[in-house]
Design a protein. Sequence first.
Length: 217
Amino acid sequence: MVLADIKNAKQEAEGAGARCISAFVDVADEPSVQELFRHTLEHFGHLDILVNNAGIDLPKRVTETDEAEWDRLMSVNLKGVFLCSKAAVLTMRRSGGGVIVNVASELGMVGGSDIAAYCASKGGVVQLTKAMAVDHAAEGIRVNCICPGPVVTPLLQSIIAAAPDPVAEEHSITSKTLLKRLGEPDEIARAILFLASDEASYMTGALVPVDGGWTAQ
């Protein structure tokens, strides 16, 4: 397994076991992505699964978002999925197939307030998932998408902490879920593992909300 990040993922890789390595990648830069896949194949010899999980947020409305901010968010959240998936498909088709799991968001399925560009990017990931599933099923490549709700991550925690009233902000977020709580990273990881496994062998082009019931309402 390769843990790739624009930040140093060495510590996380060491904690995952001997068959896990870390690598640098800027998912918005195609040469960087190509180098990641070259490094992966050099180390492991093949590619079975790709999980596209890189993402940034931008808590602004369209009228408050400038062009550079829009372009930066799209380059990571949507272009990054495109570039990594392109490299993965070109590799997987040579070995007879594989699995791609894209991490979108519940905000790719429903709208959210004050986060327009992020919603647009995750909606793009949802539609890209469906299109790739259609295009590559005959090559033995399954492509599915998980749509997490609010999860206890450094990104969400930073958003809550930056609010004028962090307690009220967290309550506002959790109140939109049926389970009235934030999700845990392990709950999302288990859903990704399922989609990547043979247990999901009859699934492609699927959107799987893991959102505490956010989108059920």
